[in-house]
Design a protein around this ligand. Structure first.
Ligand SMILES: *Cc1c(COP(=O)(O)O)cnc(C)c1O
Length: 405
């Protein structure tokens, strides 16, 4: 493969993301639309069954988002007012907000110094008598240190709820994410590795909880609509508890079913692209590549590089503008939750509270990564980055490096 020059721009624009929806998904949706049953029904039941098989979890409950899933699980575990839930500040809005919706207080534990995931030592330091749960976030699809987190949870009788929005297909020490914590929540949002447009899935090996979560996902009714309206069902139901309207429709499950069928293939394409990024950026001192722990299979939802800002004369925002001028879309994951005005106003979090998260945020850029991206595009992105860091290196560092060699 020849490396295209960064100066000649052979591509129009490389978007940060493009969903990979095939003809199989289109046909499956049309079938549902013609079937006479649009909402939660046979397609959702099959999607749940196949997803449970894929993750090796005993139960899978489809929901209309990962956000809904996180909220439901906390309610099902009776987490509420007066409780504290520990999570990473380095996450999306949903993780913090669902803790608050459940009535509990979000307590942040900083991420590791040289990674994106929550520090187990910081979790341990944040545990109080009010702590009820830990929500590890598997950033980009890299698994958190689940053995240590589960050990801590057992010791302190805490529930482990995984935010696996990025981690569909992540394997941690021979176990699929979805089959590790007390409950795991996946996202099928438009940009996620497996998408239904909007959607989510909860997996658990706890049968009692699975039943409660399922009931809570549809108004706390004793029977779901599908069971009520089939020939063998009847019109009668009971409201057993105050539930939510969080079910996934068969239209969406139809997309998910076909996505899941092709999922390993789509993942293999991601892995090939990641390899090109890793090879072509390996010797760039100004870039820190994302960690790739050997004991796991990373799901590579994101390829998040960090800039070594000490070696550069421009900051992250300017770097993103340069990429854009070269026709490359990129993004930033994440603005740490405690830096948002809401968390400052309501929980008294301050700038400086989680220095690792803040430092990572200042230097991070997510590069395009999706199955429809070509290997040539990745080469072009890498060549562009190489030429940018050459143009914007800090002169004194360059001099020192030459002396050092
Ligand atoms: C996308 C995302 C969510 C929310 O997923 P939805 O399905 O959109 O509700 C939660 N956590 C993380 C880390 C995410 O990236």
């Amino acid at each position: 493969m020849t490396m295209p020059s960064a100066l000649e721009t052979p591509f129009d624009y490389i978007p940060f993301h493009r969903p990979d929806i095939g003809e199989a998904e289109v046909r499956e949706v049309i079938e549902v639309l013609r079937s006479g049953w649009l909402t939660t029904g046979p397609k959702t039941a099959l999607f749940e069954k196949n997803f449970a098989n894929y993750t090796h979890a005993q139960h899978a409950i489809a929901v209309n988002s990962c956000t809904a899933g996180l909220h439901l699980v906390m309610v099902a575990f009776d987490i509420g007012v007066g409780d504290e839930v520990i999570t990473s500040p380095y996450t999306f809005a949903a993780t913090g907000e669902t803790i608050i919706h459940a009535g509990a207080r979000p307590v942040f534990a900083d991420i590791e110094q040289d990674g994106f995931n929550v520090s187990v030592e910081r979790i341990a330091a944040a545990i109080t008598p009010r702590t009820r749960a830990i929500i590890p976030v598997h950033f980009a699809g890299e698994p958190c240190r689940m053995d240590e987190i589960r050990f801590l949870a057992q010791k302190h009788h805490l529930v482990v709820i995984e935010d696996a929005a990025h981690a569909c297909g992540t394997i941690y020490k021979n176990t699929y994410v979805g089959n590790i914590g007390d409950a795991t929540c996946f996202s099928f949002y438009a940009t996620k590795n497996l998408t239904t447009g909007e959607g989510g899935m909860i997996t658990t090996n706890n049968e009692k909880m699975a039943q409660r979560i399922r009931r809570l996902s549809l108004h706390g009714l004793s029977k779901d609509a599908w069971n009520r309206y089939t020939a063998h069902g009847n019109w009668y139901y009971e409201i057993c508890e105050c539930g939510f309207k969080y079910n996934l429709s068969d239209i969406q499950s139809a997309i998910g079913l076909r996505q899941l069928e092709r999922y390993e293939e789509m993942q293999q394409q991601r892995f090939r692209l990641v390899k090109v990024y890793q090879e072509q950026l390996a010797d760039v001192d100004e870039i820190i590549l994302p960690p790739t722990p050997s004991f796991c299979r990373h799901a590579w939802h994101l390829f998040a590089i960090r800039l070594n800002l000490k070696l550069l004369s421009i900051d992250r925002d300017e770097f993103i503008r340069c990429l854009l001028r070269a026709g490359i879309g990129s993004s930033v994951h994440f603005i740490p939750l405690h830096l948002h005005p809401f968390y400052h106003d309501h929980f008294d979090y301050q700038v400086g509270d989680f220095p690792n998260a803040e430092k990572t945020y200042r230097s991070v850029i997510s590069l395009p990564l999706y199955p429809l991206l070509s290997l040539n595009s990745v080469s072009y992105i890498c060549a562009t980055i190489r030429s940018l860091v050459q143009r914007y290196f800090k002169k004194q560092h360059h001099y020192l490096r030459e002396v050092a060699f």
